[in-house]
Design a protein around this ligand. Structure first.
Ligand SMILES: C[S@@+](CC[C@H](N)C(=O)[O-])C[C@H]1O[C@@H](n2cnc3c(N)ncnc32)[C@H](O)[C@@H]1O
Length: 296
């Protein structure tokens, strides 16, 4: 299958970043390299991109796509939370722009076999970086009822967190949970039909919560916001695209509370109806942008 991922809010990101010849930009979520390619085009002939992705498959595809830009591109298979030490290793002290495009690529969600989606029967893995130890299956089979309820409630914002975690504990008594479809069935049966959400799959929030926990997503976001801010040049731009309210709230608060940043987006920028029609994944995207105004 050909790997595709349509980059979200691409024109808007390029308009805010305004990449320039000679500029240095960090793409924290390379994915298949769509945003990076646009940044490199816009900053031709001398702009540079340092790209992070911890998913080996994504990185390999991005590498092929961005090969034509030669030494203008430097890609790292690393957690973006290491931005500070990684840039230091490269001898880069400050940058003109940083982009975060959080969450999963279409490759991971639709094309993958790591149990991120509700489709088919796949091992319940959910690691974006397969060098990490904790899988979603290990977590659902070993965490206590209370820990699971907290994960679903706080990371998934799932109101039925308690009955769902109780049903998981009950199921675990007779057999282990190894696949996504087992978990989907448990959730569907634990929540009375009248409480099933209308617009999303009944297991969406449980899957979101687990994915966030397995990949430590909120801790990584919090670290990259702080360390990324410290790497921006004066007027350097921080663009963050998020896909759920937990992330968006974190970004909004961080930008508002950080005196060194000036917020450019009072309200988040959202995709046009046309973009949502062409790319279903774009519908929940929110872009927030701030610039580094200085240390005083
Ligand atoms: C939405 S996709 C990015 C798509 C990309 N902007 C494009 O245009 O193709 C998000 C990517 O970020 C990666 N990712 C998520 N969290 C990460 C982290 N903490 N460190 C490094 N990569 C991460 C995922 O593996 C995924 O490939």
């Amino acid at each position: 299958m050909e790997a595709t991922h349509v980059s979200v809010l691409l024109n808007e990101v390029i308009a805010y970043l305004a990449p320039k010849d000679g500029g240095i930009y960090v793409d924290c979520n390379l994915g298949l390299g769509g945003h990076s390619a646009a940044i490199l085009e816009a900053s031709s002939p001398g702009g540079k991109v340092i790209g992070f992705d911890w998913d080996a498959e994504a990185l390999e595809i991005a590498q092929k796509k961005l090969f034509i830009y030669g030494s203008r591109v430097q890609l790292m298979r690393r957690n973006f939370a290491t931005i500070q030490s990684s840039l230091q290793e490269l001898g880069v002290g400050s940058v003109d722009g940083i982009l975060l495009d959080l969450g999963l690529s279409s490759l991971q969600l639709d094309g993958g076999d790591r149990g991120f989606s509700f489709k088919g029967s796949q091992a319940l893995d959910m690691r974006m970086d397969d060098r990490q130890e904790e899988t979603a299956a290990h977590l659902v089979n070993t965490a206590s009822e209370e820990e699971l309820a907290d994960i679903f409630f706080y990371y998934g914002e799932e109101r039925q967190a308690r009955p769902i975690s109780a049903a998981i504990i009950e199921y675990r008594r007779s057999q282990a949970i190894a696949t996504n479809d087992q978990l989907v069935k448990i959730v569907e049966q634990a929540v009375p039909k009248r409480f099933h959400p209308k617009k999303i799959h009944p297991a969406t929030k449980v899957f979101q919560g687990l994915r966030i926990a397995v990949n430590d997503e909120l801790q990584n976001l919090s670290k990259v916001l702080v360390d990324g801010t410290g790497l921006l040049k004066i007027n350097g731009v921080f663009c963050v695209i998020s896909f759920h309210s937990l992330e968006d709230r974190m970004v909004k608060r961080f930008f508002a509370d950080e005196p060194k940043l000036k917020v450019l987006t009072k309200k988040p920028v959202v995709p046009t109806d046309e973009e949502c029609r062409l790319n279903h994944r774009a519908r929940s995207a929110k872009l927030r942008v701030a610039v580094f105004a200085g240390n005083n």
